[in-house]
Design a protein around this ligand. Sequence first.
Ligand SMILES: *Cc1c(COP(=O)(O)O)cnc(C)c1O
Length: 508
Amino acid sequence: MASLATRPAPAPDGTTAATTGLLTARTADAYQDLLGQVTRDVAERLRTVRAPSVGPDRRHLERLVEGVDLDGPGVGDAAALDEADSLYAAHAVWFHHPSYLAHLNCPVVLPAVAAEAMLAAINTSVDTYDQSLVATLMEQRLVRWTAERIGFAAGDGVFTSGGTQSNLQALYLARSRAERTAGEERAALLPRLRVLATEAAHFSVTRSARLLGLGEDAVLPVPADADGRMDVAALRQALASVDTAGELPMAIVATAGTTDRGLIDPLPEIAGAARDHHAWLHVDAAYGGGLLLSRTRRHLLDGIEHADSVTVDYHKTCFQPVSSSALIVRESADLAATAHHADYLNPAAEAAAEDAEPNQVDKSLQTTRRFDALKLWTTLRSLGPDALGDMVDACCDLAVEVRELLTEDPDLHVLGTTDLSTVIFRFRPEGLDDARTDALQPLIRRILFHSGRAMVARTTIDGTPWLKLTLLNPGATLTDVAAVLDLVRATGRGLLAGGRLAAAEETR
Ligand SMILES: *Cc1c(COP(=O)(O)O)cnc(C)c1O
């Protein structure tokens, strides 16, 4: 480190090498200019983007990325942001484009994007109150707001990085309760704990169980009914077997909006089974959480108020920029299992004091944590909750229309039903056998992906490959989706023509 004597003298305006890039009073004008440049660049992209992406040639992208000299001299803000525009923005995937129909990514609402700029600049960390002040109170208010929408009279919770973290924390809280209740040695208890969920539950459930030290076979797959929702009779049977085996049902995870099919497990009946067996009920509403705001579909979440914990991803069905998610619990006391007191941050003695400062770090798996709540806050204030709910409804309505369109289609066959906004389908023209139909689906997806013109997803259900649309763009119309379906059809036909299917398969 340079000693005071050898440090370079500051420039006449007070700039030194050590402060040149910082956002301070001195650089407030430069900040405005730079954000002006960024918003102008992004706005121009939005005006001119003609497809979800320009077509991802990975070798080309790798060359571009490797071609940047990260150890070279600084090029200055304007040039660096210019480079980011031509490197990143030019090659991004655009979720607002109506031909992007692949995963659970949403276009984002303006007030949230603006709030993102605000929170990044101010850089609040909502861990302790003394670092965040009103931000902590705003986050807590939004947590209470969500809890009330769920139907928790005195709920609590915390914003998280996403559904994956929310699910992990929920299962951690469930494990803590199981430990408190059983009152036996952890080593003896952990191998006996069971988590019950369908195969369609998010993979983070199984991974969380592993991270929490449960046995390899801790997650018991509960059979689903013909549509794909949890079969409650089968759940009760599984719970009975758990009892008989001397194991403990640590948690039941009901999914309110499965990632693939957008199906909501029967919450009231599952809640009844959870109550009878003293199991923690976690409702993973990462996808379906937006229905809390719907004026026509809120009833699909009836029963969610019986949960012990709920995952909500605002960055899916509330049109928020990543990250924005929360874990909401019914009983504030359950969150105590998360608390850890560090003398330098949130000392135990102060936490126990009357009128203690409201430290969200006590409730979070993270320490330093973004003030993501500001985005949802400004969104609610700008648009009002009904507008958000209407946007969710628009996506679900579109899924209904697309399904109707497909039922009449001789080439495209739709699978099952949805409670939300996914459409699972495949291209199968008259006379095509199973094997070739199976081989075709992932190839169609890949060709569309490489063209950049449209993005659809693929999945496998009961061993069979399908294509999938996740409709999360309230601005997309039936005409937009029909155009993508035409591309799917044309791509499939192109592959079948002249034996290109076999050739394409070989290069897979
Ligand atoms: C997306 C999803 C998750 C994971 O959420 P992330 O925000 O991606 O971490 C969990 N559960 C379900 C049902 C999901 O759809």
